[in-house]
Write a protein that binds this ligand. Sequence first.
Ligand SMILES: [Zn+2]
Length: 187
Amino acid sequence: MGKGGRRMGAGRPAHKLKAENASALDVAYLSRSGHLDTGNWKRLYWRQYGEVRLEGLVKAFDDHITVDIGFHTHWIGVTQTPCHFGGHRRWFICPRCDRRMGLLYMRHGRFACRRCNRISYESQSGDAEDRMIWKYHSLQHKMANLKLQLPRSRERIHNNFLEVAWQYDAMLDEALSRIMMADATRC
Ligand SMILES: [Zn+2]
């Protein structure tokens, strides 16, 4: 199998989680509520439809926080940058890619940024992104079907499909990284 096939199998889950449905850590909220002030231990609740869905204990240290959820402790770096108009802005450091992030999302039991966790926004830039994801998945579907019935002589067609899917893959990554950069420059 070519590089496209390997990458698609390994990199991208079948369904992207929507940001609205994920348990998130919002640095702005935690900063306002005192969760990030060194020495503080504060509970944090994630609610859905008015019910507490998940509960954690946030302990703040100088350059990181820990979040205890159940028996698991999540270690998350915290840093800050100066703002143009005075003061500073705090950031989480994504445990997977080490980038500064305002939001981290829980997926598969771990916190990471939207890009690392493959999470999409429903409300923001959703249309273009969703269209790309839809096309990407429909191509994957076509390829899977094609492969089942593929005589050797048709392999070239299959490879063309792979090539197009590969291009969509790159476009999707680029779009997600633009959204991420827009988040990162907001002060
Ligand atoms: Zn990340």
